[in-house]
Design a protein around this ligand. Structure first.
Ligand SMILES: Nc1nc2c(ncn2[C@@H]2O[C@H](COP(=O)(O)OP(=O)(O)OP(=O)(O)O)[C@@H](O)[C@H]2O)c(=O)[nH]1
Ligand SMILES: [Mg+2]
Length: 468
């Protein structure tokens, strides 16, 4: 078999050291995760996690833990206390990264997380680069590049549909069709090369159409892969969807009316809005820019809506989760109500103070102070939203680039298969036919990252968050 279609030579990148990173999102949470990976990590576990108190039977040697794939209850010595935690042990090579992996699931406290991380760094671990865990998984053959990219998509996905599409690829959803395409091409190549080996005299010429079955199977599998790329959802109509979030009576509907010109009930009684409505945000024409759709809905937080409105609230939650950005409206005259509102997980948001004519906006991290009746702060709000959306659009462009890479490789493979089919049908020269088959196989290897231009991996993994 020519080397062009075999497994690639081992990647020259060094993947030797121990890296560590918080694997849970920044912010308040009940639990947080510190994740580390590296060859030989289990034998040195206590050097990197010196605060751990291990149960009987988990300790191995002076600094290590036993190499059994399990989750153990442990304790963390911190501030004169012993805190309960869980230590998940994944010995390499049967781990996510292909190396030893440890996950410490600890109480979600930022100071504690900082100290645990600082211990590991002081012991010589390195803070993981964005995507480094996934990159190691790829380099150790635990994931192909399609699946590795999809890990990034899955983490970034904010709509259920986008998450499902990414999850299919993470689970190796493209692997079936890829395997069939590759198998058919290798069979065809093997047959063609058997003919080539008999160069003199008794050359075994192929009959016209002898490879037709293999080539048709390869073509079908490639078509299936191409369709899979097409159904991965992007932002359907190109509009950005922006949802107003906040406690009842925060002035959301007042802001909605002002920004869209659409009608909405406004009343001093909390709980006025019960359904949700949307309308385009009327802003200064920005030529070529994607339209913005604003969504108003019921107030959130404790006691916001009674049980009758549960259905409306569920619908709104769905709309909010599918939005691109939230505007969290915090009434300056009752900041405690705003603090109780938690935006949907994963939704980026901008916080604004509303009703600032009634009370000065409390010092805090809100970007904009609004007094809607007097038109104060509306420009600033639009600017803040535009800035956040620009970052999102950049993100999306990168995902678009990944799709373009996949489609280009698939098209190259399909074109080579089409040329091979016409050569086969005409009983054309075997060496040319074999060359086309190799070209198709090479294109597939580019797709899965088995052969890759140097900078491709940097580009793919750079957009990950740290800890993935
Ligand atoms: N003084 C003042 N009152 C405001 C301002 N914004 C809204 N209000 C008033 O606050 C009350 C509630 O406003 P809405 O816009 O209905 O509030 P909402 O957030 O949509 O409330 P729900 O639909 O109940 O969740 C109304 O009486 C508004 O007139 C403001 O900037 N200043
Ligand atoms: Mg309202």
């Amino acid at each position: 078999m020519p080397s062009a279609v075999g497994r690639p030579v081992a990647d020259p990148e060094p993947v030797g050291d121990v890296v560590v990173a918080p694997a849970s999102a920044v912010g308040a949470a009940e639990r947080a995760i510190l994740r580390s990976t590296g060859p030989g990590l289990l034998a040195e576990a206590l050097r990197y996690l010196p605060r751990l108190v291990l149960p009987d039977g988990l300790r191995a040697g002076a600094t290590g833990v036993t190499a059994e794939r399990r989750v153990h209850p442990v304790q963390i010595r911190w501030g004169g206390h012993r805190l309960p935690a869980l230590l998940a042990v994944f010995p390499g090579p049967r781990s996510a990264t292909g190396e030893d992996v440890l996950e410490l699931h600890h109480p979600g406290s930022r100071p504690l997380g900082r100290d645990l991380l600082a211990d590991a760094l002081a012991a010589g671990a390195r803070l993981a680069e964005p995507g480094e865990f996934t990159r190691r998984a790829f380099l150790h053959g635990r994931l192909d590049l399609l699946a590795a990219e999809a890990v990034g998509d899955l983490v970034a996905a904010r709509s259920a549909a986008a998450a499902r599409a990414a999850a299919r690829l993470v689970a190796g959803g493209a692997a079936g069709a890829l395997g069939r395409a590759r198998e058919a091409l290798l069979e065809a190549l093997a047959t063609a090369e058997a003919g080539l080996d008999f160069e003199e005299g008794d050359s075994q010429d192929l009959e016209p159409g002898e490879l037709a079955g293999f080539l048709a199977a390869a073509g079908e599998a490639l078509e299936e892969l191409r369709r899979g790329e097409e159904v991965r959802p992007g932002r359907g109509d190109g509009a950005f969807r922006i949802v107003l979030l906040g406690p009842p009576n925060a002035g959301k509907s007042t802001l909605f009316r002002r920004l869209t010109g659409a009608s909405a009930l406004v009343h001093e009684a909390p709980g006025t809005t019960r359904d949700h409505r949307e309308a385009p945000w009327r802003r200064e024409a920005a030529p070529g820019a994607a339209p913005w759709v604003l969504i108003d809905g019921p107030g959130l937080g404790p006691g916001a809506v009674d049980a009758r409105d549960a259905a409306a609230r569920a619908l709104f939650a769905e709309a909010a989760a599918a939005a691109d950005l939230g505007i969290l409206c915090a009434p300056a005259d009752s900041p405690a109500a705003a603090a109780a509102v938690v935006p949907p997980p994963g939704l980026p948001w901008v916080r604004v103070w509303t009703r600032t004519d009634l009370a000065p906006s409390p010092a805090g991290d809100a970007e904009v102070a609004l007094d809607v009746p007097r038109g104060v702060g509306l420009r600033e709000l639009e600017r803040a939203v535009a800035a956040r959306l620009a970052v999102l659009a950049e993100d999306e462009a990168e995902r678009g680039a990944a799709r373009a890479r996949h489609l280009a490789a698939l098209q190259e493979a399909a074109a080579a298969v089409a040329r091979a089919r016409s050569l086969d049908a005409a009983g054309g020269p075997l060496d040319l036919l074999a060359e086309e088959l190799r070209a198709a196989l090479r294109a597939l290897q580019e797709l899965t990252g088995e052969v890759h231009p140097e900078d491709l991996l940097d580009r793919v993994f750079a957009r990950f968050c740290i800890g993935k």
